[in-house]
Design a protein around this ligand. Sequence first.
Ligand SMILES: [Zn+2]
Length: 80
Amino acid sequence: MNDNNEHICIRCGSPTKISNITVRQSANPLYPITVTQYRCINETCQKDTDDKQAELLKQRLEREEKSKKNHLSKKVEVSA
Ligand SMILES: [Zn+2]
């Protein structure tokens, strides 16, 4: 059990630092999901990762918003 050992960036091999720890609800409320985010100390690599994650997050939120709206009112048409 060496989970707390330093993590190595899988992209460039640089050491990483913990940047954020988020607890999310999972399907089972008794077992929330803990998400630990690591930042690569290589700024170029980290920026690339940030950009991709931001894009993925944006897409996910947009999908969630759409499905929420669809759920609340099926008459609402979302024009992209
Ligand atoms: Zn990296």
